[in-house]
Design a binder for this molecule. Structure first.
Ligand code: ADP
Ligand code: AMP
Length: 223
């Protein structure tokens, strides 16, 4: 399956998509994760990435498109892929469509995670991440077993540099102007599904899994 997961910042894309891609047996491609790895390098490019990301701005399309195109050529993406955080605007969607259509493997489904504005703020203001393995937690809704420490590798958790009030406001503005038009784009192609992203992470996962056909043979329910 070739899938795009869309939604505002904080909708739960990262929380849901590693598990979903793994259960579907397809590659998980998250541009935010790719950029978070690249930004730690000691290079002028990393300086530029930090500057865009920490201000809540999009990384320029040329660079983003090139990185995704390269990633999609990797062998693990042959059996299908889930794109998380990409495309982020219509220009990126056009480049992606052209590329995939030329290769005879177009996007088959786009899923929109639906969430309210107040829930976005609650989620982003309590988000904690592991700077080493990228695991995502929340102070209230998904706390680590030991406060402030990653369950998986024991690393002290941090707030994302772009979860400051100022950067969140800018990201929501960018989302409203640039990313929201993508819902129309995929709806016009008849491949958009909407999923209610309010509820526990497991409840949301069950809805998502159903929409992408994971439980088609009546195997539903198992988390
Ligand atoms: P995105 O990747 O869409 O920006 P994340 O997956 O990082 O979103 O989730 C944002 C924050 O919300 C994280 O702190 C995460 O633990 C929390 N979260 C994710 N899904 C839920 C949910 N269903 N209910 C409550 N909190 C959630
Ligand atoms: P995310 O983890 O999806 O919230 O992305 C974090 C940040 O990475 C964004 O605010 C952007 O600065 C950058 N980013 C991620 N995906 C893209 C994209 N498709 N296009 C441009 N910038 C992106």
């Amino acid at each position: 399956m070739r899938l795009v997961i869309l939604g505002p910042p904080g909708a739960g894309k990262g929380t849901q998509t590693s598990r979903l891609a793994s259960d579907l047996g397809i590659a998980h491609i998250a541009t935010g994760d790719i950029f978070r790895t690249m930004r730690h390098q000691d290079s002028p490019l990393a300086d530029r990435l930090r500057s865009y990301m920490d201000r809540g701005e999009l990384v320029p399309d040329d660079l983003t498109n090139e990185i995704v195109a390269h990633r999609l050529e990797q062998p693990d993406a042959e059996k299908g892929f889930l794109l998380d955080g990409y495309p982020r605007n219509i220009d990126q969607a056009k480049v992606l469509d052209d590329e995939l259509e030329a290769e005879g493997r177009p996007i088959e489904k786009a899923v929109r995670l639906m969430i309210t504005g107040s829930e976005i703020i609650a989620r982003l203001s309590g988000r904690l991440v592991c700077p080493v393995d990228g695991a995502v937690y929340h102070l209230q809704s998904n706390p680590p077993r030991v406060p402030g420490i990653c369950d998986l590798d024991g690393t002290p958790l941090v707030q994302r540099p772009d979860d400051t009030e100022e950067a969140v406001m800018r990201r929501l503005e960018v989302y409203g102007k640039q990313t929201k038009p993508l819902y129309e784009w995929y709806a016009a192609r008849g491949i958009l599904d909407e999923v209610d992203a309010i509820g526990t992470p497991d409840e949301v996962y069950q809805r998502l899994a159903k929409v992408v056909g994971l439980y088609r043979n009546g195997a539903g329910g198992a988390a």
